[in-house]
Each structure stands twice: as structure tokens, then as C-alpha cells.
Ligand binder design. Structure first.
Ligand SMILES: Nc1ncnc2c1ncn2[C@@H]1O[C@H](COP(=O)(O)OP(=O)(O)OP(=O)(O)O)[C@@H](O)[C@H]1O
Length: 612
């Protein structure tokens, strides 16, 4: 399976795997519940045995006490039939009771594993996969699997056993008629096989479409304000309606397939029953069969109707579970690419000086033809702050993402105090690096939990210091202070507030390296000045790499590197670059490119220019 597996079912079909292959691979999740499952089966089989015994008792009643007019024997056998009925009811209750707990436990274990695996997958995996597809896999697909592994498999075994035992009894009662009933299994098998093949494809289509609809809903929820602002609500509604209609049509087609097959499956035992009734009555009239045997035969045969009727449902459920298992395994089979090397190092914070070096670093996104970064050489000395500037899309954010190893370099290496980052343990590296992205994501949890995401052990003092530094003390004034739950992505907070909380999260506990993507972009002038002053203090004790989109943030940096088309084309002090590098000047002042006259408004230190 290629690492860049994108969930395309065609890949699986081409691989020639049996549809149930992936379902079989999930059997280990049933193992903890094996004892329960055995009890379940024992209770189920005992219940069925009690049910099967009732017609046999009825046969004795009809051929014995009824035929011989003996009321005493009638009471004995009647009580026995009653006891068998009660036993069957009790056993069915026990089975249902056990069934519910084991099924849910299995689903929870599988869901926990899929979620944990998602955490280990690289950012590039999440870039490629629609979140709705992941959502539908971790919710509805797992429920489908749970239903089949608990109910489907159980009823398949129970019904098969019932079928075999009842048919054997029928053959014993009347071999010719019994064999006729046994022969009815042939059309049943043919119908089931054909149905299974068609239903498998329909299930996959439907489950993928469910994922697409989930993606649409998720995108709408996230981008609602933008869509409304641009008046695109009707288009979005139409897009959603289109997706929902496709899903509806697939669902209807699938339902019809099941309905048609169920009707065919129903027909077989009913036709057989009709033939048995006529032939049985004739045999009874000839004296080849007693009335009691005929009653028992027909009663037993009626017991086959439910197993046959449920066959369609079980196959449908099994096919859905097989496709759900395919979809879940597509996630589980994607190997985590960024993992700890054997014997990876743990660097304690106090042992880190904080010298960061990029040595001929190149990076290309998976599937992209051209690299985003080409042979980048850059050294950031201990305690130094380096600002990275460059035109939009030149690779600044990509370069930052390489430091906490969200993406892995595809050429060259990055070292921290001389250690290749790939030789460090990921958890150790990520504790050393404080990161704030351009889009400050806050999770649906309390402010405190959001702040201590990377350092759950941080004390109150550390949290207070980080909030003070990021000028984010407003958090204490929220309705429940730091316990206030901020909405999904912190939507209930302003952009500036979110950014300050994200900054506080990054600087919490004075990380050795700070990697900040335009940390002051969403702040008003007053707050910006305060955060800038506070940040300046932190930057003195950490090595920092800042991406700067706004010229004013350059004031925080000791040196500036100009990134152009994936290469560092100039590096130095801001004022030196301003004086000597026309492309730099052009970028900051949005003036015409190199070769054209410089702006008249520059001041000797250059700051007038960048602050304009
Ligand atoms: N996940 C991704 N997969 C593939 N290509 C990507 C991905 N993210 C970014 N790119 C591409 O890599 C290039 C650099 O993107 P990057 O976000 O690093 O630029 P940037 O300099 O930070 O841009 P900006 O200043 O607009 O934020 C762009 O051409 C972009 O299209």
C-alpha cells in the first residue's frame, strides 16, 4: 500500500483483496470479548435448541395423548412445552444483555486506536484527506463494523446452525421432504452471492458519499461567515443539496437492492413450504406420515423462515461492515512517516544552548513537482532572533514547519546545537520548540487547557507569566476565567485575542526555540506595541525564528533573511539590507522591483519606510 494512499477504493479492488479481508484483520478487537462471545453463542444456541424442541414435543402430544385421548399425558407434555418456552425467553434475554456491552466495548477500543493513529500521521496526510471523510470513518463506519461483529456474525452463526440442525431433523422425520427443503439452500446461495457482489459496490459508494457530505457540512460550518459575507449562501445550499441528493439516490438504490433480494429470499422458503404442505398432506393421507409428524415437520420448517429472511439483512450488514473496514484500514495502513529514530535522543531544556542551523535544506511537498525550499543555508545563533521575509507563497511557513518536524526535510538537514533534528525524540524536540501558527487555532476546551497543550504540567505561575507576556490577561476576565471553554477554533474570541492566547501558548515555559508565524498580525497598534515590548524580553532568552508579513514586526529581529523562490537571497541587519538589497526594499515598501528608482520617503534608519 503506497504511503500516499488517498482512500481511493480502486486501489483496493486492483489489489485483488477479498472484500472480507479487512474485516478479518479486525478480529483482534473481538479477542478481549471472546469469553463473552462464547457465552453469547451458548445462550443463543440453547435458546434455539429450546425453540426447536417445542415442535418435537407437540409431535409427541399430537401422536400420543391427543391421538389416544389421554389427558394426563397431555398435561405433562404441555408443562414441558411451557418450560421450554420460558427457557427460550430467558436465554434470549441473557443473550441480548451480554451482546450490548461487548459490542460497545469493541467499538470504543477500535475508535481509540484509529484516533491515536491519526495523531501519529504526518501533516501531509491531513493535507490530503478531507476532514469529513475522516469524521465519517471514525463515527459511522465504526458503528457499522460494531453492528456486524456483534449482531451480524452472531446471527450468521446462530442461523446457520439452526438451518443445519432443523434440516437434519426434517430429513430424519421424512427423508424425501427433508431433502427437498435441503435443496432449497441452492437457490438461496445463488441469490445471496449475487446480492453480496452488488451490495458491496453500493455500500462503498454510499459510505464515501457520506464522507463527502460530512466534509461539505464541516466546510460550511467553518466558512459560514465568509460565505454569507460574499452572498454565496444559495450556491452553498445548492452544492449541499446536490451532495445530499446523490447520497439519497445511492441510499434508495441500495434499499431497493435489499428489498428485491429480500423478496426473492422470502419466496424460496414459502414455495418450499407450499410444496411440503401439499406433499405432506398426501403422505399423511397415505399413512406414510403421522399427523403429529406432519405438524412437527411444518412447525420446524416455519422455524427456517426467519433465518432465511434475515439472510439478506446479514449479508447487507456484512458487506457494509467489509467496506467500512476497508475505509478504516486505509487510515490504519497509512504509516506514520515522521517517527523517532532508533536510540533517538532526549535533550533536557537546561542542556540546550539553542543554536539552530539549516544546512542545504530542501523540501518538496508530497506529489508536488517542484521543491518549495532549495538548498537553504541559515544559522540562527543562541538567543538570536531571525526574521524571515519574502513574497507570498515563497515558502516561509513551510520553512517554519520543518523545525518542529511537522514536515520532514527532503534534502539537507537541520541541527539544534549540532544534533540533527531527526536524531532527537519527537516529544523532546516539540517540548523545546514553542510554535504559533499564522492561523491561531484554539480547541474546544478551557483556556487553560488550550494554553498548556504542549506542557500539561505547567504551573499557575508559568501560565500567568505567559499570559502577561502575550498581553493576554483578558483571559482572567472571561466569564469563568481560565476555565472558560472557548468555542470551536476560539470563534467566540476576537482574532487579536486568539492570537495573543496562541502566543502565550507558544512562550509558556520559555522554550529553547521559538517559531512564530507573524505573531503580531492581528493586533491593534496599542496592543502590538505592548506585545512587542514583552516579546522582546522573551526573545532575549530564546532563539527565535519569526515569519514576518508586516514590516513593523521586523523591529523584533536581530537579523533578517530574505526568502525568494525557496532560496535565501540575502541576509543581514535590516538597515543594511534596506540600503543594499533592492529586492528587499521593494518587498517592504511595495515599491517597484529592483532597477527602478528607490522611494523618496525612506529615513536614515529605514524604520520610517517599514512603518509606512
Ligand atoms: N500542504 C501543502 N501541500 C502542497 N503544497 C503546499 C502546501 N502548503 C503550501 N504549499 C505550497 O508551498 C508554497 C509555499 O507555501 P508557504 O505557505 O510556505 O508560503 P508562505 O511564504 O508562508 O506564504 P504566505 O506568505 O502567503 O503565508 C506555496 O506555493 C504553496 O502553494
Amino acid at each position: 500500500m503506497p504511503a500516499e494512499n488517498d482512500g481511493n477504493p480502486a486501489a483496493r479492488v486492483a489489489a485483488g483483496l477479498h472484500p472480507a479481508h479487512n474485516l478479518w484483520r479486525l478480529r483482534r478487537y473481538l479477542r478481549p470479548f471472546a469469553a463473552e462471545f462464547v457465552w453469547l453463542l451458548v445462550a443463543g444456541l440453547a435458546g434455539t435448541a429450546a425453540g426447536i424442541a417445542v415442535p418435537l414435543v407437540v409431535q409427541r402430544v399430537v401422536d400420543g395423548p391427543v391421538a389416544r385421548h389421554e389427558p394426563a399425558g397431555l398435561i405433562q407434555l404441555g408443562v414441558l412445552a411451557l418450560l421450554l418456552g420460558v427457557a427460550e425467553a430467558v436465554l434470549i434475554f441473557i443473550r441480548r444483555w451480554v451482546q450490548s456491552s461487548s459490542a460497545v466495548g469493541m467499538e470504543a477500543a477500535l475508535r481509540a486506536d484509529v484516533y491515536a493513529h491519526l495523531q501519529t500521521l504526518p501533516t501531509s496526510f491531513h493535507d490530503r484527506w478531507q476532514s469529513g471523510q475522516l469524521l465519517s470513518r471514525i463515527t459511522s463506519d465504526l458503528s457499522v463494523i460494531r453492528r456486524f461483529l456483534s449482531f451480524g456474525v452472531f446471527f450468521l452463526l446462530l442461523n446457520l446452525t439452526t438451518y443445519v440442525v432443523v434440516v437434519a431433523l426434517l430429513v430424519h422425520l421424512h427423508p424425501a421432504l427433508g431433502l427437498l427443503v435441503a435443496a432449497s439452500a441452492v437457490p438461496l446461495l445463488l441469490i445471496s452471492r449475487r446480492f453480496g457482489r452488488h451490495y458491496h459496490a453500493a455500500s462503498r459508494r454510499m459510505q464515501d458519499q457520506q464522507g463527502d457530505v460530512a466534509t461539505l457540512v464541516e466546510e460550511t460550518a467553518q466558512g459560514l461567515r465568509t460565505m454569507k459575507a460574499y452572498g454565496r449562501g444559495p450556491e452553498l445550499a445548492a452544492r449541499f443539496a446536490g451532495g445530499a441528493r446523490t447520497l439519497h439516490d445511492t441510499g434508495v438504490a441500495k434499499g431497493r437492492l435489499l428489498a428485491n433480494t429480500s423478496a426473492l429470499l422470502d419466496l424460496v422458503p414459502n414455495v418450499t413450504l407450499g410444496v411440503v404442505l401439499v406433499a405432506g398432506a398426501a403422505a399423511a393421507a397415505r399413512g406414510a406420515l403421522t399427523i403429529g409428524e406432519l405438524v412437527a415437520f411444518v412447525s420446524l420448517q416455519l422455524m427456517l423462515i426467519w433465518p432465511v429472511q434475515s439472510l439478506g439483512w446479514i449479508i447487507a450488514n456484512g458487506q457494509e461492515a467489509a467496506t467500512a473496514a476497508d475505509r478504516v484500514q486505509e487510515v490504519l495502513d497509512t504509516p506514520p512517516q515522521i517517527v523517532d529514530a532508533p536510540n533517538a535522543l532526549v535533550l533536557p531544556r537546561h542542556a540546550v544552548v539553542g543554536r539552530l542551523r539549516f544546512e542545504r535544506v530542501s523540501f518538496r511537498y508530497p506529489g508536488a513537482t517542484a521543491p518549495v525550499l532549495r538548498e537553504v543555508d541559515l544559522t540562527i545563533e543562541q538567543g538570536e532572533t531571525l526574521a524571515l521575509v519574502g513574497g507570498t507563497g515563497c515558502g516561509k511557513s513551510t520553512l517554519l514547519s520543518l523545525v518542529p518536524r511537522l514536515h520532514e526535510v527532503t534534502g539537507g538537514r537541520i541541527t539544534l546545537d549540532g544534533h540533527d533534528l531527526r536524531d532527537l525524540r519527537l516529544d523532546s524536540l516539540r517540548r523545546l520548540v514553542g510554535v504559533a501558527f499564522e492561523e491561531p487555532t484554539l480547541f474546544s476546551m478551557s483556556v487553560r487547557e488550550n494554553l498548556t497543550l504542549g506542557r500539561p504540567d505547567a504551573g499557575d505561575d508559568e501560565v500567568r507569566a505567559a499570559l502577561a507576556l502575550a498581553q493576554a490577561e483578558f483571559a482572567y476576565d472571561l466569564p469563568w476565567g481560565l476555565a472558560t471553554r472557548v468555542g470551536e477554533q476560539g470563534l467566540s474570541l476576537s482574532g487579536g485575542q486568539r492570537q495573543r492566547l496562541a502566543l502565550a501558548r507558544a512562550v509558556l515555559g520559555h522554550p529553547a526555540l521559538l517559531v512564530l508565524d507573524d505573531p503580531l498580525s492581528a493586533l491593534d497598534v496599542h496592543t502590538e506595541a505592548l506585545v512587542e515590548a514583552a516579546l522582546r524580553r522573551v526573545l532575549r532568552s530564546s532563539t527565535a525564528l519569526l515569519v514576518v508579513h508586516r514590516p513593523s514586526t521586523i523591529a523584533l529581529a536581530d537579523r533578517v533573511a530574505l526568502l525568494d523562490d525557496g532560496r535565501i537571497t540575502a541576509i543581514g541587519r535590516h538597515s543594511d539590507l534596506l540600503a543594499t538589497v533592492p529586492a528587499y526594499r521593494a518587498l517592504l515598501a511595495a515599491e517597484p522591483p529592483a532597477g527602478e528608482p528607490p522611494p523618496a520617503a525612506s529615513t536614515p534608519d529605514g524604520w520610517g519606510l517599514v512603518r509606512s
